[in-house]
Design a binder for this molecule. Sequence first.
Ligand SMILES: CC(C)(COP(=O)(O)OP(=O)(O)OC[C@H]1O[C@@H](n2cnc3c(N)ncnc32)[C@H](O)[C@@H]1OP(=O)(O)O)[C@@H](O)C(=O)NCCC(=O)NCCS
Length: 205
Amino acid sequence: MKIVIANESHFKYSQVICDTIEESAKVRGTGIAKRTTEYIEKRLKNGNAILALDGDTFAGFCYIEVWGHEKFVANSGLIVHPDYRGQGLAKKIKKAVFELSRKKFPDAKIFGITTGLAVMKMNYELGYKPVTFSELTNDPEFWKGCQTCKNFDILTRTETKMCLCTGMLYDPHAKKKVEDNKLNTKAFTRLKSIKEQLFLKKKEK
Ligand SMILES: CC(C)(COP(=O)(O)OP(=O)(O)OC[C@H]1O[C@@H](n2cnc3c(N)ncnc32)[C@H](O)[C@@H]1OP(=O)(O)O)[C@@H](O)C(=O)NCCC(=O)NCCS
């Protein structure tokens, strides 16, 4: 398995990346925004994306986006092809995209929003902490990226204050505390279920 920084020679993978994201969104039923091939190719071209390839076969992807004049970067669009899941590949891709973010944007706060417990666990181990959306970028373009998520109406109703996703942030300038780097998954599963009950119930009324 190769984990590489993507470039224009990888455009041939943009369709399979979009299809894998779309299929996974259908299966998971929540919290994944759709992407077009043009959108993916822009990320492949600017040296801000990581690809995992098994020979020539697509295995996984994640990209960096820059917000608020490089004050923030987001690690977004993490996807591992179903054939390669459960082998620690997402962890490797996440680490690679995190290291690339730190190298290219050493002063930026790194953040992500997710409903996925797997992503929360990986972020936490990299040093991210859960935060409210008010601590993330207020760049409206970032939140526009959520428009194709099926929960977008919740984000609109709450004026981007909260949604089913949890915001997580790595602050390179925060004082490091010595603490356990394992996420309390029970608490987050419970929190997610509370949010679903609150927000999705309202939606059905
Ligand atoms: C989420 C996803 C990227 C995980 O990929 P993966 O390669 O199977 O993950 P890994 O094998 O590297 O596992 C990383 C960690 O997450 C955990 N994990 C993996 N899938 C999980 C799941 N569905 N639920 C809870 N934890 C999970 C693993 O146990 C591992 O934790 P550990 O180190 O404590 O054992 C993959 O399932 C996927 O592409 N899903 C669809 C897209 C998606 O949800 N993307 C995230 C959008 S925010």
